[in-house]
Design a protein around this ligand. Structure first.
Ligand code: P6P
Length: 335
């Protein structure tokens, strides 16, 4: 008899007590993300059919054209989190500043903030390549009941209480951690439920896949160039396979299952790299470490970087522990 797979809702409730704050609020927060993910998934899956492809005409703080689906996903996650009255603030790649959510119920003192990239890889939408949502959850540091402040968002990644992503791919999956390992849930679209399909996900310590945009090769620091050449030379288990989807969530997800390394280094074009510390690198770094992987900027552990601004960029090297350590060795020894 096949064992009935646990739903995400059942899993959240069952593991609530293991969560160090054992708060029902975090469960409600994760359930809100679950709901928003289903709504966004529905739109992503029919994007080719209705007029939500293509730029919404605006540009976000990054100066990137806002795809309509970007804006839709951003609005849906903010609406869902606000309606449930669980968080006191939200920061998003699509919002210049954080959104303060004042508690409608004076007795209900919201204690969590969420940082989100509502639709990462959105430039891939109109070419039908997987995209994803990335989220990061912290407890606020300013007094509960007062208006949320920027410092509630500028916390080191090591302070995260939960993080995860939704990958809208050949199937839609929600993968998250609350600091007690990483678990993956696959959506059954026929009934709209996520089922535990990938329990206790772990990065293999070694891998033979490297993910980097080699079009930027000439702009990379020498140490990164040396590591890429190391991946390509004929020796031992090399050359490695090059796989780069151009969607962080998809490249990360494949590397976590098969073993591999993702690099978005600094370059002469992007002196701090391209990826955002607070709502891309830190949540992925939390997941990586919880899955026995590693994440750094080549020199400093990603989750130890002291944030200075909401949309700051950092160089990002993340994946199988031994591969990240080899890349760090090349970067630290480069003359
Ligand atoms: P490039 C998508 O815009 C993203 O933020 C990540 O999802 C992806 O890995 C990276 O940027 C792709 O950037 O410069 O290689 O196109």
């Amino acid at each position: 008899m096949t064992h009935k797979k646990q739903t995400l809702g059942e899993f959240i409730i069952e593991n609530q007590s293991s969560f160090q704050y054992s708060s029902g609020e975090l469960s409600s927060l994760l359930n809100s993300i679950r709901l928003a993910a289903k709504v966004v998934n529905h739109e992503v899956n029919k994007a080719g059919l209705v007029d939500i492809i293509g730029a919404a005409g605006d540009t976000n703080i990054q100066g990137e054209d806002q795809q309509k689906l970007d804006v839709y996903a951003n609005d849906k996650f903010i609406q869902t989190l606000t309606k449930r009255n669980i968080v006191c603030g939200i920061a998003s790649e699509e919002e210049d500043d954080f959104v303060a959510i004042n508690s409608q119920d004076e007795n209900h003192q919201n204690k969590y903030v969420v940082l989100i990239d509502p639709l990462d890889g959105s430039s891939n939408i109109d070419v039908n390549v997987s995209v994803g949502t990335i989220f990061s959850i912290y407890r606020r540091v300013t007094p509960v009941g007062t208006p949320v402040q920027l410092e509630d968002f500028l916390q080191k990644g090591s302070e995260q209480v939960a993080a995860g992503y939704v990958v809208y791919g050949t199937s839609t999956m929600l993968v998250y951690t609350t600091g007690d390992g990483v678990n993956g849930f696959t959506l059954n679209p026929a009934i709209g439920s996520f089922y535990l399909s990938h329990p206790d996900m772990q990065f293999p310590e070694d891998g033979n896949i490297y993910s980097v945009n080699e079009g930027n090769y000439i702009h990379f620091p020498q140490g990164v160039k040396n590591y890429i050449k190391y991946c390509q030379e004929e020796e031992e288990d090399r050359p490695y396979t090059s796989r780069y989807i151009g969607s962080l969530v998809s490249d990360f997800h494949r590397n976590m299952i098969k073993g591999g390394i993702y690099l978005y280094p600094q370059s002469s074009k992007n002196p701090n790299g391209k990826l955002r510390l607070l709502y891309e690198c830190n949540p992925m770094a939390f997941l990586a470490e919880q899955a026995n992987g590693k994440s750094s900027d080549g020199f400093t552990r990603t989750m130890d970087v002291e944030p200075t601004e909401l949309h700051q960029r950092v160089p990002f090297i993340c994946g199988s522990k031994n591969m990240v350590e080899k890349a760090e060795e090349f970067m630290r020894n480069a003359k």
